[in-house]
Design a protein around this ligand. Structure first.
Ligand SMILES: Nc1ncnc2c1ncn2[C@@H]1O[C@H](COP(=O)(O)OP(=O)(O)OP(=O)(O)O)[C@@H](O)[C@H]1O
Length: 291
């Protein structure tokens, strides 16, 4: 048993290693114990005080090739912060993140222009991702096909609905077969046909041994597309495991909360966190080891 486990670890090729990462933001706050209208007005002149928001408390994770990791949790639990850290757009307050290749963040990396037509934006987006002209020409039809925009591809992007724009971004961002793809909610805007198309595109990416991170409030989307799920709450990593176990526990948690049963929700939160087996990232040492 132990040998099987060690063998699996050896076979797994890590793509993202999150080593004791935490994130705090310094934010201006107008809160005061003794706030009155007059001192609120005087604070308008003096400026607000600063507080620290603990967006992510220290956590470690190792994600490997072929994994599609769903990130779930209530509003403000730290999901977007975690994806921004993995993408390298934000630096963690403490800890380090290692990635085997540049992570592509859907919708952010494709710097598209609203005045240009969809087809022109395809070229712009591909150039921005570092493709040469020949590769763009090879991929062009496939990108238009994945976007499902039909003749709307020739219209300016500013005339698109938000769902149409995110379909185009999805098609462009996934055309590079990124080794690490981060998707934050973008898939929820599409219609059923697009969801089907994006689902098959994500499984293609996984088959090419890539890694996908998907933030979503839709447990249906997570169940359809992910092989592993992590649950964040209040900046804490509460669960990390198979899709069924984590999503069903999270559903119980949210239904306790919506029924006003905060005690049971807290108990479930506590138990989940207690049973989490924390990842430990060991220092890599070189040279001869002593006995
Ligand atoms: N740029 C920022 N400056 C200050 N605080 C921030 C910033 N970004 C996020 N936060 C805070 O960090 C915490 C986590 O936010 P984050 O956006 O990561 O949550 P989330 O789980 O993605 O939420 P949602 O489901 O609502 O998108 C929140 O308390 C939020 O207010």
């Amino acid at each position: 048993m132990q040998n099987d486990h060690s063998l699996n670890l050896l076979k797994a090729r890590p793509t993202v290693v999150i080593d004791r990462v935490s994130m705090q933001y310094q934010v201006a706050s107008t809160h005061a114990e003794t706030a009155t209208t007059s001192n609120r007005l005087s604070r308008l002149r003096r400026g607000a005080s600063t507080i620290t928001v603990h967006a992510l408390n220290e956590m470690s994770l190792v994600v490997s090739h072929g994994e599609s990791v769903g990130i779930i949790g209530r509003n403000g639990s730290g999901k977007s912060t975690l994806t921004r850290l993995i993408s390298g757009r934000t630096r963690p307050t403490s800890g380090s993140i290692f990635a085997s290749d540049t992570p592509i963040m859907l919708g952010v990396n494709a710097a598209l222009l609203p005045d240009l037509a969809g087809d022109q934006n395809v070229i712009l987006g591909c150039l921005a991702m570092g493709m040469d002209r020949r590769t763009i020409a090879e991929k062009f039809d496939d990108i238009v096909e994945v976007s499902g925009l039909g003749d709307s591809i020739y219209l300016p992007m500013k005339s698109y609905s938000s769902g149409m724009a995110s379909r185009l971004r999805f098609a462009i961002a996934t055309s590079v077969d990124p080794e690490i793809l981060l998707i934050d909610e973008a898939l929820n805007t599409g219609d059923a046909q697009f969801r089907e198309r994006s689902r098959s595109r994500i499984s293609q990416l996984r088959d090419h041994a890539g890694t996908v991170f998907l933030v979503s409030h839709s447990l249906g989307t997570i169940t359809e597309m992910c092989t592993r799920v992590i649950w964040l709450d209040g900046g804490d990593l509460l669960m990390d495991g198979d899709v069924e176990t984590v999503t069903s526990t999270y559903s119980r948690f949210t239904s306790f909360l919506s029924n006003g049963d905060h005690a049971s929700a807290q108990e479930l939160r506590y138990k989940s966190r207690e049973s989490l087996i924390a990842t430990q990232v060991l220092e890599r040492t070189t040279g001869r080891r002593s006995a």
